[in-house]
Design a protein around this ligand. Structure first.
Ligand SMILES: NC(=O)c1ccc[n+]([C@@H]2O[C@H](COP(=O)([O-])OP(=O)(O)OC[C@H]3O[C@@H](n4cnc5c(N)ncnc54)[C@H](OP(=O)(O)O)[C@@H]3O)[C@@H](O)[C@H]2O)c1
Length: 354
């Protein structure tokens, strides 16, 4: 490995990340993973984890190289964005698959946070005499698996709060469905619906906005839809109850007229336990990431209890409502921003480990 330049390792690992993202929206509760098999700068094959329960990235890359002669494979390096798995799931351990192959060099971005793996595969590869290089573009590798890591280490989804606000800080008018963001931002929001696993709205938003909460403007998957209701009734004619994607209702009691396809859970009597109860219950679903889409009352509950990892705000810079539903406020945290037409998209990251 000594003659392999850092630049080559990083180029190959970046390709692994790109490949991994091809599984975005489909791999949960598993992470996205990508893999490249190469001799120096010559790529022999590639692979990625396309969907939960389907083949893993390294196995796909090795399968795709099945016609490559043994003497070439024995000089090859297998790059993979995440430590290979050590355990039996829907697939046999990828570490065994590598050990059965002639490949001698393995380059990994980051260790698998799953306690069933967590360094065991790396140790096994090293014990077999394979060369293992760990930590190539580790920060980007960690970013790619951040929702999976949250699920594995904290037993809850990665929580993103999202809202649109006018330039004077309002999210809407009481009882009215007000459009704040532009067409480009609408597409971006639908892209997030593909990328994240579940979207949650409060009961009032279901009543007032009647959102469909599915992905119609971007390619790919639609999320699980989640409704958080603190009252004993909700209209049964809402779009959100349609059977086009899985829907979960958390409510103070079971609502009899809601269609059967909606999975219902009763909230604890103590209101302060609602959010953590919902997050813990979502561990029974293939949900690594949750986007809370409003309204302001629901968003404020998450902010007040500090149960969020990231906030995404779409600000309509030419929109002024003058009065209405005030957007939540957050101060003094790391942010990044970009423009999307006349909208501004701001991301704020949580500083507290919760
Ligand atoms: N700009 C944006 O990004 C955006 C996004 C989503 C929504 N919105 C707007 O936000 C507004 C709604 O926000 P919000 O803060 O009022 O509500 P919300 O966050 O959607 O829901 C929470 C509120 O709804 C009540 N509620 C919960 N379940 C209910 C049920 N089953 N029946 C009746 N009420 C129920 C709750 O009452 P309790 O207080 O009694 O628990 C609480 O006041 C809408 O006008 C919508 O257009 C804006």
């Amino acid at each position: 490995m000594a003659e392999t330049s850092d630049r080559l390792l990083e180029t190959m690992m970046r390709r692994c990340f790109d490949l991994a993202r091809q599984g975005q929206g489909y791999t949960s509760p598993n992470p996205m993973v990508g893999s490249v098999l190469a001799v120096k700068d010559q790529v022999l094959s590639e692979g990625f984890h396309p969907r939960y329960r389907q083949i893993h990235a390294e196995a796909m890359a090795l399968n795709n190289a099945r016609d490559v002669p043994h003497n070439i494979l024995s000089q090859a390096t297998l790059y993979v964005s995440l430590e290979p798995c050590f355990h039996y799931g829907f697939n046999p351990p990828c570490v065994d698959r590598i050990l059965e192959s002639p490949v001698q060099n393995v380059v990994i971005s980051c260790m698998d946070p799953n306690p069933l793996v967590a360094g065991k595969s790396i140790a096994r590869l090293k014990a077999s005499g394979r060369s293992v290089t760990l930590g190539i573009l580790a920060e980007e590798g960690e970013q790619l698996i951040r929702a999976f890591r949250t699920r594995m280490t904290k037993e809850r989804p990665y929580v993103v709060l999202k809202w649109a606000e006018s330039n004077d800080g309002y999210m809407g008018k009481p009882g009215q469905n007000v459009r704040i963001s532009n067409d480009l931002s609408q597409v971006l929001t639908h892209r997030w619906r593909h990328e994240l696993d579940a979207f949650l709205v409060g009961g009032k938003t279901v009543i007032v906005d009647n959102p469909q909460l599915n992905n119609r403007l971007y390619w790919g998957s639609s999320p699980h839809r989640i409704v958080y209701s603190t009252h004993a009734s909700l209209p049964v004619d809402r779009a959100i109850w349609k059977a086009d994607c899985p829907t979960i209702l958390f409510s103070v009691c079971k609502l009899p007229d809601i269609p059967d396809q909606v999975q219902q859970f009763e909230l604890p009597a103590n209101r302060s336990e609602h959010l953590r109860f919902m997050l813990a219950t979502l561990m029974h679903f293939p949900i690594n990431s949750l986007l809370v889409e409003g309204g302001p009352h629901t968003l404020q509950s998450f902010i007040d209890q500090g149960v969020w990892d990231e906030v995404r705000i779409i600000r309509g810079r030419n929109q002024y409502l003058g009065s209405g539903l005030l957007a939540p406020t957050l101060r003094g945290r790391r942010t990044k921003r970009f423009d999307l037409g006349d909208d501004e998209v701001v991301t704020i990251f949580q500083d507290n480990d919760w």
